[in-house]
Write a protein that binds this ligand. Structure first.
Ligand code: MTE
Length: 314
């Protein structure tokens, strides 16, 4: 398998204009933060951001929503990352300790060519920007410009066998993670998809956002992004991907099976036992908006579930 190098493509030819513009803004913000004697809260935060490493060679991807994007600040300061904290404002600071190098992803199970792939090889795969709506099960949503590649591309590197029907995603456990001493979830955080869901072109492995390397609190160095499912399916900081014949266990399903099903497709008609899923609040907005079936991606993915009772398979 030959990995095409993106080095020979001039970034100016293919980087979306929006990424260029944000890059300029970021450079200005970083410059101001570093040069200024007295730092304002905003520029201080920008100067402190250790993940300001910009990604080149990002092409514009399919399925981009034109809705207003969540600010970088909101997307990187209001997070769910339970290995660090169950509080949403703490991962931004605590996850600075996450060790993101060296990093390898073991890809095995029902595949013809199991492999351990170094992160730098994954970072060389052609990357594109996908601007996705993301809906958290707790009722808030964001619009995030991810940078990544389709999961199907990674699957082709290992050649799933005919026995493979599901994919399990297992995430990092490190001594840098204070949350692991609390048994709120069965660590390591694991997630799963049916093989056809994983292979759907909407499913990506993200290595960046907002034209930058993925911030630690958002799941560096590599995470799953499945935009038609509740946010908890999009597992962060993945170290192991296993193709399986049987449905894998998943962190939230193991914690509360009556509340979090295996599928977890965004569905305004199926309430969480403790709250409605009919509306959501976009971070940065005050009014609530209606939640859309499959988070607005029904046209692309509804056919994956033809004939299934989505109330039972929630
Ligand atoms: N992945 C790991 N490893 N640990 C987590 O706690 N939280 C999930 C998901 N992936 C989580 C995780 C939940 S509940 C959500 S809503 C999203 O990450 C949040 O992603 P974000 O912080 O980038 O918005």
């Amino acid at each position: 398998m030959i990995i095409r190098s993106t080095d020979d493509i001039a970034p100016s030819e293919i980087t979306p204009q929006a990424v260029h513009a944000r890059r300029r803004e970021l450079m200005v913000a970083l410059g101001a933060g570093l040069a200024g004697g007295v730092l304002g809260a905003r520029s201080a935060a920008a100067a402190e951001t250790p993940q300001a490493e910009l990604l080149d060679g990002v092409t514009r991807g399919r399925f981009a929503t034109s809705e207003a994007q969540t600010t970088f600040k909101d997307a990187t300061s209001y997070n769910n990352y339970y290995e660090f904290s169950t509080d949403k404002y703490s991962p931004a600071g605590l996850a600075k300790r996450l060790r993101v190098r060296p990093w390898e992803v073991v890809v095995d199970g029902e595949v013809a060519r199991p492999r351990t792939i170094g992160i730098d090889e994954l970072l060389r795969l052609p990357r594109e920007e996908r601007i996705y709506r993301m809906r958290c099960v707790e009722g808030w949503s964001m619009v995030i410009p991810w940078v990544g590649f389709e999961f199907a591309r990674l699957a082709r590197l290992v050649e799933p066998t005919s026995k493979a029907r599901y994919v399990e995603f297992i995430t990092a456990s490190q001594d840098t993670m204070p949350g692991l001493s609390y048994r709120v979830l069965d660590w390591p955080y694991g997630e799963g998809l049916r093989l056809d869901e994983a292979m759907h072109p909407l499913t990506i492995m993200a290595i960046g956002m907002y034209g930058q390397v993925l911030p630690n609190q958002n799941g560096a160095p590599i995470r799953l992004v499945v935009p038609w499912k509740y946010g908890f399916k999009s597992a962060k900081s993945i170290v192991h991907i296993r193709f399986t014949a049987t449905q894998p266990g998943t962190a939230w399903n193991k914690a509360a099976a009556n509340e979090y099903g295996f599928y977890s497709n965004v569905n305004p008609e199926v309430d969480h036992p403790r709250w409605s899923q009919a509306t959501e609040r976009r971070i940065g907005e005050f009014r609530k908006r209606p939640t859309l079936p499959f988070n607005g991606y029904a046209e692309q993915v509804a056919s994956l579930y033809t004939g299934m009772d989505l109330r039972k398979n929630f």
